[in-house]
Design a protein. Structure first.
Length: 277
């Protein structure tokens, strides 16, 4: 579930679906919502269903963004679950709207993209089936009158609120919003680094060119992995000998609270295939 990169693919474009799982993203989101005009959504559902029936072999995990929470259960029944990692739910306003999908047992990634969802973020994160929250800043920016490019300082408390709600509910760190300018990869790297430093664990992409940058930013460096490995090993050895505090390589005193961050780094490294599971 702790994917770093989620690549959106329109559900009504079979030629893009055919290539989607080989683009390097940890997961793809087959979109039945914003990327598909309303009159094409039934066709997109049929195309997606046909494509999913042929999926085989290694590649990105498959998520589907349903057209709405209300219509999600019907669409889920159409394409089934054998190849499905989860369902992405757009534009909800409260946890109650998730109930029909929560009963299906399928993992849910929920977009926080309405003002009401921001206020209800904690209850949404704790709802049955929810596995991850996702920042949707285009629609949310329209609600709030904020720059959807994420540059306004008004985004900081909202993003932090989503990170805190995710942690309080025991979810994986949330996914950051898309960057619509897929050509400026340096700006993407800088913005993605800022999201990582705020506590996000991955980001949505709208173009394959963005995937490698997002994966790189959310992958620990060799140096970070080495420091974390030594810290965890030293701390675990100290605990075994009856000591709960150690002195780290930089001379600082370290207890379990600091070691938890090191363990998270090692978990990220394992998910990226840089350490044995």
């Amino acid at each position: 579930m702790s994917a770093r990169s989620f690549l959106f693919v329109p559900g009504d474009q079979p030629e893009k679906l055919a290539k989607a799982r080989a683009r390097g993203a940890d997961a793809v989101i087959v979109d039945l919502e914003d990327a598909v005009v309303p009159e094409r959504r039934d066709a997109a559902l049929a195309i997606t269903t046909d494509w999913m029936s042929t999926v085989d072999g290694p590649g990105s995990d498959i998520w589907v963004r349903v057209s709405s929470a209300a219509d999600g259960a019907r669409q889920l029944a159409a394409f089934g679950t054998p190849s499905l990692a989860g369902v992405v739910v757009p534009k909800i306003r409260s946890a109650a709207e998730l109930h029909p999908l929560g009963e299906t047992g399928v993992a849910l990634a929920v977009f926080i993209e309405t003002a009401s969802a921001v206020l209800e973020c904690a209850s949404i994160a704790a709802a049955d089936g929810v596995a991850r929250l996702v920042m949707g800043e285009a629609d949310l920016g329209a609600d709030l009158g904020l720059d959807p490019g994420g540059h306004s300082p008004g985004w900081l408390p909202i993003r932090t609120h989503v990170v805190v709600a995710s942690a309080a509910a025991g979810l994986d760190p949330p996914l950051g919003p898309v960057d619509p300018d897929y050509r400026d990869l340096e700006a993407l790297r800088a913005g993605t680094g800022s999201l990582r430093d705020l506590g996000f664990g991955g980001r949505c992409c709208i173009h394959p060119a963005q995937v490698d940058v997002v994966n790189d930013v959310f992958t620990p460096s060799t140096e970070d992995i080495g420091v974390a490995s030594r810290l965890v090993a030293a701390y675990d050895a100290a605990v075994t000998s009856g000591t709960g505090v150690i002195v780290a390589e930089d001379g600082s005193m370290v207890d379990e609270a600091y070691v938890r961050t090191a363990r998270r780094t090692l978990d990220l490294a394992r998910r990226a295939g840089l350490l044995d599971a």
